[in-house]
Design a protein around this ligand. Structure first.
Ligand code: PGA
Length: 210
């Protein structure tokens, strides 16, 4: 299977023009399955295939929220759920995250659940992609060692059966391959480095071809 490389742009870039430019530079790279998750506001314009979050109901009086049905209906296929930044800033709990996962799965989206502990994997929800993102490695430049990441990958495989497991946290073109080759992850969740097109392309090339 081709590695799954997920770009989490977070709250970047500041203009649609820049979003279009970045997307155009990275969207057709061969070799990997590339999922680009821009801010909601750019999704329809650039026709990206991933989103960074979703609400837990499909319609109703929820000011400011975006539903799984809305994402599905504009062509989004994947959605990141439970990112540590949302757990921290939006106070998302495992219970809220489980609701989001269920509704997203119901409409046919593929959820990418972010965790930093095995206990955050819900027991009764099947069909998830799981991204192991150790908190200390997110946005810090201090990536997890492949040996330590591999231990977690094995523990996640044990808890989550056949789920695809990705690594995320300070991934760059230098360390990317160590997670897919040495530590056995099936893909990567890339934050900061996904905003630099050359670096992001190098990550994909290094993982797929070198
Ligand atoms: P980072 O972010 O690659 O900038 O560390 C990863 C993430 O938060 O998903």
């Amino acid at each position: 299977m081709k590695p799954l490389i997920v770009a989490n742009w977070k709250m970047n870039p500041p203009s649609l023009k820049e979003a279009e430019r970045l997307f155009a530079a990275v969207k057709n790279i061969k070799g990997a399955q590339v999922i680009i998750c821009p801010p909601f506001i750019y999704l329809s314009a650039i026709k990206a295939n991933g989103a960074q979050d979703v609400f837990w109901e499909n319609r109703g009086a929820y000011t400011g929220e975006i539903s799984p049905a809305m994402l599905k209906n504009i062509g989004v296929k994947y959605v990141i759920i439970g990112h540590s930044e949302r757990r921290k800033h939006q106070k998302e709990t495992n219970e809220i995250i489980a609701e989001k996962l269920k509704v997203a799965l119901k409409v046919g989206l593929k959820p990418i659940l972010c965790i930093d502990k095995v206990s955050q994997i819900p027991k009764n929800i099947k069909g998830l992609i799981i991204a192991y993102e150790p908190l200390f490695a997110i946005g810090t430049g201090k990536a997890c060692s492949p040996q330590r990441a591999k231990k977690m990958r094995l523990a996640i495989n044990k808890a989550a059966g056949r789920a695809l497991v990705l690594y995320g946290g300070s991934v760059n073109s230098q360390n990317a391959k160590s997670y897919t080759k040495e530590a056995g992850f099936q893909g990567l969740l890339v934050g900061g480095a996904s905003l630099k097109s050359k670096e992001f392309i190098d990550i994909i090339k290094n993982v797929c071809y070198r």
